[in-house]
Design a protein around this ligand. Sequence first.
Ligand SMILES: Cc1cc2nc3c(=O)[nH]c(=O)nc-3n(C[C@H](O)[C@H](O)[C@H](O)COP(=O)(O)OP(=O)(O)OC[C@H]3O[C@@H](n4cnc5c(N)ncnc54)[C@H](O)[C@@H]3O)c2cc1C
Length: 414
Amino acid sequence: MATRQHRVDVCIVGGGPAGMLLGLLLAKQGIRTLVLEQHRDFEREYRGEVLMPRFAQLFSRLGLLDYIESFPHSKLKQVEIFSQNETLARLSLSEIYPPHPYALWMPQPIFLDALRQKAETFPEFELWFGATAEALIQENGVTLGVQAQHGEDLVEISAQVTVGADGRTSRLHRLGGFEDAYQSYDFDVIWFSIPQPENYTATAQFYFRDNHRAYLLLPKYPKLIQCGFMTAPGEFSQLRQQGVSAMQNLLLQGPEAIHAFARELSDFKPFHPLQARISFTRQWAKNGLLLIGDAAHTCSPAGAIGVSIALETAAVAADVIAGALAQGDVSERALSQVQAMRQSEIQTVQRLQQNVTRFMFRKANWLMRILPRLAKWAFQLGLAQRFPRRLLVNQSPLPLSDRLVFKPNPQNNA
Ligand SMILES: Cc1cc2nc3c(=O)[nH]c(=O)nc-3n(C[C@H](O)[C@H](O)[C@H](O)COP(=O)(O)OP(=O)(O)OC[C@H]3O[C@@H](n4cnc5c(N)ncnc54)[C@H](O)[C@@H]3O)c2cc1C
């Protein structure tokens, strides 16, 4: 087997949202950047597809929102919350973030390809599909690049900075000897899709039921509804053992819209379970090595903000890495600026997610009985809105330098 050598300024492992945005923003600054993506393309089902107002907030700041919105998507403007069959709240996203009063629904393959197309306008950008990082190249405690399998070739990639943007099961997290400061795992979400009925109105719907379960219905581009429901950790495998009727029973306790799907269910193929894990890596940087996105901080699905949070960290990392390269200092101290700028926001969001879900699963029955009424009053008085606002909008906009911003004139982007 041939071993090739390749040299870049920055090697990013993982072509998900965080890795692709970082690659684009570094190449824009004239930094030679290689993104390695183990899959052969961006096609993947059941990934983050709802981009909450945090996304529009960041992308309008970067001057990229109109560009992204020129690709196929739908817009979600209202969230409805039900308890049993009673409406607790109808929340317009204009109450949450008036400048961009919507969430964007864009399949991840379309979003990632949009980032790729933009990045490839810069000669400093390279993306290798079918390239898996397998080992770190290290000397005297400094990371000098990665060894990757790319097709038939083993490639040694030398880089001044190596970035692990390889998701929640990050190999670079393990290879780099990083440790989690904390992890929690309170529930699973079981996802499946159904066709949209005639006259369907695109809203996000949350249903809370007496059985301590929440069911979630989201419009899925172009003509589907993505449905999810919460189960205790590992409960999905018990349901499989109990058989289709146990699953049907659970679905029939959910909203009317999923009942026809439940009745016709014949096997477990439609379901995709997701472990709702929260984790936070104690220190994201070592000499020449940095973790970003889910590899550094995994959020729970509560609020559907994982992609936006990963993108925010990528944008901050683009500034910090460019500064570190310009100073010729890619030490742990220099790269840990990324964490210093992001830690407080991410930990606040993670605490809020934990509190909401633990409340739902652990509280006493008497409280669950009066909770819907309390929640309804709180929404009517405008008190409860601050929770979704805190999750869906970044309260302290990121300090990003002008170098990252795309100007309206495409001739003027470099
Ligand atoms: C089922 C599901 C539904 C979700 N729904 C939402 C949602 O609606 N909204 C939302 O905001 N968030 C959602 N999330 C969370 C969101 O998908 C993640 O937070 C986000 O994708 C993190 O981005 P990332 O770039 O850090 O990691 P990822 O998106 O996980 O990307 C990591 C990439 O690294 C690649 N990779 C891994 N190892 C290697 C290697 N050794 N070499 C090369 N490449 C490698 C992977 O193939 C992958 O492409 C959901 C997550 C799941 C699982």
